[in-house]
Design a protein around this ligand. Structure first.
Ligand code: ZN
Length: 271
């Protein structure tokens, strides 16, 4: 079986994780720009981070036969600092033609504050002006429902945004319907402790159908693991879905969403 992890923060992962992914059949990954675990002190820090995403990780991944692509943005948490955010946003346009950039992400909200919303809108505008795909981070726990509602309404009210070119990530039982009904792609993040478990992810796949859903591990510096993606695929198989369906969800779906960007390489496979 071949897999794609559509959301993983390789900068925070070890070489053993790359080895694990290669052994498990992961052939491509996409890495959104995110919060480093501390607030960065200047836009220069983001310049270096973007260089790491575009130059270092693709080389690390290639050693294990894995294709690596990235998304650029300022994350929702640091977007609270509007001045810094605007400096970071100005760094992005010259990088959008880079062969490893898929679009703008992961943008969204963290605590649903006014400043976060301002910077979210400015990054949606950036994506629209440059015709970029968008990857959305939705808030954690009790902020998630309200945050997802604010995000989807901003996107729906912008006539330049086509929902099929946006993925709303970290969907859960109480938010997936909002995203799906508006025609957006949905991401399910499978974590060992928070977010959804493999069982809950498969319940959601069975309830909402396989189309326009991407399952990811969103592995970062916290409690998370690239193995959660594989565990979810195994749970999906255990419930009686065949190899063709599993390939469709865990490989072809990410290819379909990312493939809207001509730089994405893997193509959907037939079994
Ligand atoms: Zn993330």
């Amino acid at each position: 079986m071949k897999y794609i992890d559509p959301h993983i923060h390789c900068v925070s992962r070890t070489t053993e994780d790359y080895q694990f992914m290669a052994r498990a059949g992961v052939v491509a990954v996409s890495e959104p720009a995110f919060w480093a675990g501390y607030d960065r002190s200047s836009a220069d820090s983001f310049s270096d981070y973007f260089r790491h995403l575009l130059e270092v990780e693709p080389l690390r991944a290639a050693r294990y036969g894995i294709e690596h692509f990235s998304w650029l943005c300022i994350n929702a948490k640091e977007a609270e600092n509007v001045e810094l955010s605007r400096e970071v946003i100005n760094l992005i346009p010259p990088l959008l033609d880079h062969p490893r950039v898929l679009g703008i992400g992961e943008i969204g909200l963290n605590k649903n504050t006014r400043n976060e919303i301002t910077i979210f809108e400015e990054q949606v505008d950036l994506a629209a002006r440059h015709d970029q795909l968008i990857l959305i981070h939705t808030p954690h726990l009790h902020d998630k429902h309200k945050g997802t509602a604010i995000i989807t309404s901003i996107l729906k009210n912008d006539p330049r945004i086509r929902p099929g070119r946006v993925l709303i990530d970290h969907c859960e039982e109480h938010t997936i319907k909002m995203a799906k009904e508006a025609g957006f792609w949905c991401g399910l993040t499978v974590y060992p402790v928070t977010k959804v478990t493999p069982q809950r992810a498969v319940d959601l796949l069975e309830q909402y159908g396989d189309e326009m859903i991407c399952v990811n591990s969103a592995s970062d510096w916290g409690e998370s693991s690239p193995s959660m993606l594989i565990d979810t695929a195994l749970e999906y198989r255990r419930r009686g879905h065949d190899e063709r369906q599993t390939l469709d969800v865990f490989y072809n779906n990410p290819c379909r969403f990312f493939g809207q960007c001509p730089k994405w390489k893997p193509r959907p496979l037939e079994l």
